[in-house]
Design a protein around this ligand. Structure first.
Ligand code: HAM
Length: 428
């Protein structure tokens, strides 16, 4: 027998019961985003490789070793998007939407990184991202962080920790980079191989190292926050004052540097200690230089992305995760002659009651077998239509989740009965 085919390592199937949970969360997120005036944007999953090299940065883990890059049949180098920001900026420039305009956008979808899979870290994962353009002040930083805090509240999620840092302007960062390089060079013998490699190319990333042997060296390293330019310091102070005013708790983490190169000034992460090593549920910050760097007009920008697998895993840890949406009614019917009438009836009910969740039996079966399926579907009622009911112009509604008596309802009254019994909204 041929070996059975399996999903690609690190890429997960989302089975129907799981999808129902995702949809509930996604609906809730979309509602909050609409309440803040953010609009959804949908973009290709594949982009020119150069887009990511020029935005995320050539000396980052993502570009150096995690991208799914391939030549297409025309010989063009394409990449499965490892994140969403670069594509959003590309689209904004391409469609002329960033000239003297403010934009508030969000997106959702799969991202691809060839990382080592483990709990909370996958090769295909999903982000919900938020980006805004054209706002230079700390007000938009505050708006988006408040928005993210509201998302957690709306989802009933508590215990996330907000970590905050400022990376300053490219100039102040370049000066700091030299300082840091000098510091780590003086201790080069103590560095591990990864950090030695980063020393000359991207010394800030050494601060991110998880190697326990390096922690005391890193703790003693000069801190960027102490070398900020005046404007960045004022921006950061205003953001913090805003967070205090809104009652949003945070901790300043001078080691938060982020793994993508496009950030300037504010960076932040919402972290948890309940998901093992992969502790960032949501992260982002300001990226004032990126639009211009990719060929657009100089445009300040701010954004973040939520890792949906991590968010869903966190929600699943808490009790009260509601059951998947079950049908209201399972239509049990029998007889060849009944078939067109049964399906016609089902169509009429769906037409009249757009909120009705109705599963119609398919594939035949005795009444007993059909009731078994009805029960397994989780439906509240079985609607029974046999030849005798049809002849009498009746349908029987049998409660499946209670001992209440079966009810006989005239076919002409069935829609009204469903509407009142199931308290379905009146629409259409
Ligand atoms: P990022 O920190 O690379 O930022 O990813 C954002 C979030 O995606 C992370 O906090 C994490 O929850 C989730 N995530 C990342 N990699 C994986 C993975 N391999 N498996 C599961 N979840 C993962 C960005 O992507 C930026 N584009 C965010 C942003 C938007 N900055 C400005 N605007």
């Amino acid at each position: 027998m041929a070996p059975s085919l399996q999903a690609v390592r690190g890429m997960n199937d989302l089975l129907p019961a799981e999808v129902a949970r995702w949809q509930r969360v996604e609906r809730c997120l979309a509602q909050v985003l609409a309440a803040y005036g953010y609009q959804e944007i949908r973009l290709p999953i594949v982009e020119p490789t150069a887009l990511f090299e020029r935005s995320i940065g050539e000396v980052t883990d993502i570009v150096e070793k995690e991208m799914y890059t391939f030549l297409d049949r025309s010989g063009d180098s394409l990449t499965l998007r490892p994140e969403g920001t670069a594509g959003v900026v590309r689209a904004g420039i391409q469609h002329g939407l960033l000239y003297n305009q403010q934009q508030r956008w969000w997106y959702r979808g799969p991202m691809f990184r060839h990382e080592r899979p483990q709990q909370g870290r996958y090769r295909q994962f999903h982000q919900l991202g938020v980006e805004s353009f054209g706002c230079a002040g700390p007000d938009i930083d505050l708006e988006q962080i408040a928005l993210s805090a509201r998302l957690w509240r709306r989802l009933g999620l508590s215990g996330l920790r907000l970590e905050l840092n400022s990376l300053g302007t490219p100039d102040s960062r370049a000066r700091y980079r030299d300082l840091l390089q000098a510091y780590f060079s003086a201790h080069e013998g103590a560095l591990d191989e990864d950090s030695r490699r980063r020393l000359h190319r991207n010394p800030l990333r050494i601060l991110d190292s998880k190697n326990p042997d390096l922690q005391s060296l890193i703790a003693e390293a000069p801190q960027l926050i102490a070398h900020l330019d005046e404007e960045s310091a004022a921006h950061f102070a205003a953001l913090r004052a805003g967070l205090d005013a809104l009652g949003i708790d945070y901790v300043c983490n001078p080691r938060l540097v982020r793994g993508l190169d496009y950030y300037s000034r504010t960076v932040f992460e919402w972290t948890t200690d309940r998901l093992g090593a992969q502790n960032a549920v949501c992260s982002g910050g300001r990226y004032d230089g990126l639009v211009e760097q990719l060929g657009g007009p100089a445009t300040p920008a701010f954004g973040f992305a939520i890792g949906l697998e991590r968010l869903l895993a966190l929600l699943a840890l808490d009790a009260g995760d509601a059951a998947p949406e079950t049908p209201h009614v399972y239509l049990v019917w029998q007889g060849e002659a009944v078939m067109p009438r049964a399906l016609q009836l089902a169509e009429r009910w769906r037409e009249a009651l757009p909120d009705l969740r109705l599963v119609s039996n398919a594939g035949g079966g005795s009444f007993k077998a059909q009731f078994k399926r009805a029960d397994r579907s989780g439906a509240a009622y079985a609607a029974v239509l046999g030849e005798s009911e049809l002849a009498a112009g009746q349908v029987q509604f049998k409660p499946l989740r209670s001992e209440a008596a079966q009810q006989q309802v005239a076919l002409t009254q069935a829609i009204e009965w469903l509407r009142t019994t199931l308290t379905l909204a009146e629409r259409g």
